[in-house]
Design a protein around this ligand. Structure first.
Ligand code: BGC
Length: 776
């Protein structure tokens, strides 16, 4: 009867809302109860490189999953050259620079439509790993060096894709920030750093978007493979954050399969020829893996499989032109204007002759290499698009360098001549394909020598030089002071050339902001000493100080800071207010600021809110991004932007209580246009209502007793037991001696007092003090 009702509902509802009405875990559990042990194990690995196994006798379907984050790459096996044509959107480092979650959501919806049209149930993305070093080979595929920015964009992207009945696979969980030795390397990260830096993007997206799957990474975390880490997959992902989908291995990330099942790994990909399925069966038979645990894991996989299949929409046709237009719109919001001396941009319509120099002007670099590589439906180049938009201007083109980035005297001479004959030069440069790829890291920040030389030489020939960069990650800029304007276009996808033309001509006012710091030199970077690690152990010694957190603390001037980006208009920040300046950690705090467009054209500004703790208990970054909002403003228009702050915005991760904790005290809330331009400040006094419960032990330090609830009495008791005197310090000399005593012994474990007090501080004294202090 229930089946008939559900069927009727299914006929009247769309596939998606039908899917929402079904309890797939219940359905999956019933099916699992009917399976043989071998059938259960079979569902724990793929059938092919991209699909799961079906079980015909139980009506269990196979689902198809494929990359990738910025476009569909559906191919036969591993031959990516023949993937289906699909819209190539800007890659993740570009998308994050839009600081626009609504746009990321729209892009996600479009990606899902293309997935539906190609019968793909799960799209393998987004990648939310932190950019620990600018040299990370896959930085173009990751959002940011900041977890809040990455988590916000990821959440919107996932919600966008999944709103159309297609699942996502948020990856690569966790601490996968280098490509070198990626399948074996151990990321050695302390607990606080994991929780404050490497986890939150995953955590935010799990809590706010519930990706259908999470992909575990290849690497080990503190010695344990992510694919068999109960800490990562079970304790953190499932128990702490409430993840409801299944974990899929990165392709080939499995180590010991049965240990993986026990830890919480649902699906092994790609197909492993059945030998790992057999290992699962053997482990259950031997009793080293419980069948109940296997059942739980299979239910995870099956529930998503059933939902995914039911959510498939038949007859979807992709409007390729519309998607190309969307890709262009997204890309234009990702472009970051880094320098614009003499307001040389937007290009004046009065310009008669512009020289376009550099192969990328005609043959754009628009995506990175590896599993995310899409076969685009078309490619727009900046030269052609500029010609369409600036009809009154003549454009002359010089290649400048070859595809490897090398140049020669003849190419330079031609470009220089071209530059001399023009009123303005636009040089297209950046990183060639081979410089950025999955599978290996960069070994320096430099663009090819040919690109740098071309810029330097044409800059001598013409005073009006605009450099447009196409690259997936930060580069050094030895010519920074010799050029008039710098436009960071990132890897803008197939329509990136059109987006560049839109921004250069002023059709679109640039509004991107850097989602990563552009350091001046490699030596300045937080991981300069040892990245990538090559000895099997990556020591995350910089701790929480990655990206701007490091440059700010060390007072290092980067080329361009995190959050930075110019506009063709100007914005003024004023009137910061708070609903309270003295609050309890349980209170919600509202901060409001006014932002005004003080220029002549409409524009969008990313209002950024950072928090600074005045006196912290542990080493904390100067300022940390907590909220941001992108606002559109007409010339002269002013808007009030409000942010709601909760306790998490002020807290740090405490390794004694294994939880987020606020130390009572003053916090500055800073608001502005980049991590290094925060003109507004509001100080808030926050009272913690959940102080960390400290258990005092024989090894607790003398100074720690000062923080005990009844510290004055306890402290006096300790001093008295040690000195054997009840006399209070009265004279100046006595006070000095007491202060010296305190300073000398501050860092001493309390049990050492027994050894150093000449027998006055006894075992009984210690017991009495611990009893008194732990009672509270
Ligand atoms: C990559 C993943 C990708 C998978 C499937 C792996 O090598 O690390 O990001 O989704 O291949 O193509």
């Amino acid at each position: 009867m229930k089946k008939i009702i559900l069927l009727l509902i299914g006929l009247t509802l769309s596939s998606q809302s039908y899917a929402q009405s079904v309890d797939y875990r219940e359905k999956a559990a019933k099916l699992v109860a009917k399976m043989t042990l071998e059938e259960k194990a079979s569902l724990c690995s793929g059938e092919t490189a991209w699909s799961t196994k079906a079980i015909a006798r139980l009506g269990i379907p196979s689902i198809f999953m494929t990359d990738g984050p910025h476009g569909l790459r559906k191919a036969e096996g591993f031959d990516f050259t023949n993937s289906v044509p699909a819209t190539c959107f800007p890659t993740a480092s570009a998308l994050a620079s839009s600081w626009n979650p609504a746009l990321a959501q729209k892009m996600g919806e479009a990606l899902a439509v293309e997935s539906q049209a190609n019968d793909v149930q799960i799209l393998l993305g987004p990648g939310v790993n932190m950019k620990r070093s600018p040299l990370g080979g896959r930085n173009f595929e990751y959002f940011s060096e900041d977890p809040i920015l990455a988590g916000t964009i990821a959440t919107a992207y996932i919600n966008g894709v999944q709103s159309q009945g297609v699942g996502t696979s948020m990856k690569h969980f966790a601490a996968n920030s280098q490509e070198t030795e990626r399948m074996s390397n151990s990321s050695n990260v302390d607990e606080r750093t994991l929780n404050e830096i490497y986890f939150p993007a995953f955590e935010m997206a799990v809590k706010n978007a519930q990706p259908w799957t999470v992909m575990c990474s290849y690497n080990r975390l503190n010695g344990v493979y992510a694919s068999e880490s109960p800490y990562l997959l079970n304790d953190v992902l499932k128990k702490q954050w409430g993840f409801k989908g299944f974990v899929v291995s990165d392709w080939g990330a499995v180590n010991e399969r049965a240990a993986g099942v026990d830890a919480g790994l649902g699906l092994e990909m790609p197909a492993s020829g059945g030998f790992n399925d057999k290992k699962i069966v053997d482990a259950v038979k031997k009793g080293t893996l419980s069948e109940a645990r296997l059942n739980e894991i299979v239910i995870d996989v099956l529930a998503v499989t059933l939902k995914a299949k039911d959510s498939h929409k038949k007859g979807i046709v992709v409007d390729k032109i519309k998607h190309n237009e969307l890709a262009r719109q997204v890309s234009s919001e990702c472009i970051v204007l880094l320098k614009n001396d003499n307001a040389i941009l937007p290009l004046k319509s009065s310009l008669k002759k512009i020289a376009i120099v550099g192969d990328f002007g005609k043959n754009p670099r628009y995506q990175g290499a590896g599993s995310s590589q899409v076969r685009p439906t078309q490619i727009l180049n900046a030269l052609t698009e500029l010609q369409k938009l600036a009809k009154g201007t003549q454009f002359s083109f010089s290649t400048g360098y070859n595809t490897a980035g090398e140049t020669n005297d003849a190419q330079i001479a031609e470009a220089v001549q071209n530059a001399k004959n023009a009123e303005l030069v636009i040089v297209f440069a950046g990183l060639p394909d081979s410089y950025e790829s999955e599978g290996y890291d960069r070994n320096n920040l430099d663009m090819p020598a040919g690109h740098n030389k071309l810029i330097a030489e044409v800059a001598k020939a013409n005073a009006n030089i605009v450099v447009v960069l196409m690259n997936g990650a930060a580069v050094s800029m030895p010519w920074k002071n010799d050029v008039t304007a710098i436009v960071e276009a990132y890897l803008g996808g197939q329509a990136g050339g059109g987006a560049i033309a839109d921004v250069l001509t002023g059709k679109v006012n640039p509004s991107g902001k850097l989602s990563e710091t552009f350091p001046a030199r490699l030596e300045d970077t937080p991981t300069a000493m040892d990245f990538p690690s090559r000895d099997g152990n990556a020591i995350y010694g910089e701790g929480v100080f990655i990206g701007y957190r490091y440059y700010d603390k060390k007072k290092i001037e980067p080329n361009f800071p995190f959050g930075y980006g110019l506009s063709y208009t100007t914005f003024d920040y004023s009137d910061i207010t708070a609903n309270t300046t003295s609050a309890k950690d349980s209170d919600e705090i509202t901060i409001a600021v006014k932002v005004k467009n003080t220029g002549k054209v409409a524009g969008k500004e990313v209002v950024q809110l950072y928090v600074h703790e005045q006196e912290s208990e542990v080493a904390r970054p100067e300022n940390e991004l907590k909220h941001f909002e992108k606002v559109s403003l007409l010339p002269g228009e002013e808007k009030t932007v409000s942010f709601k702050l909760t306790s998490r915005d002020f807290a740090y991760y405490n390794t004694k209580s294994h939880d987020w904790v606020i130390k009572s005290g003053k916090f500055d809330v800073l608001v502005g246009s980049s991590s290094r331009n925060l003109p507004l400040k509001q100080t808030i006094d926050i009272q913690s209502t959940k102080p960390v419960k400290v258990v005092f032990t024989r090894e607790s330090l003398f100074k720690e007793f000062k923080k005990a609830p009844n510290s004055v009495a306890i402290y006096a008791q300790i001093v008295q037991s040690f000195t054997g005197s009840t006399k209070k310090a009265e004279t100046e000399d006595e006070k000095k001696a007491a202060a010296f005593f305190e300073a000398m012994l501050a860092d001493m474990p309390i049990n050492k007092f027994m050894l150093l007090s000449g027998g006055k501080f006894t075992e009984e004294s210690l017991e009495a003090i611990l009893k008194a202090v732990n009672q509270n």
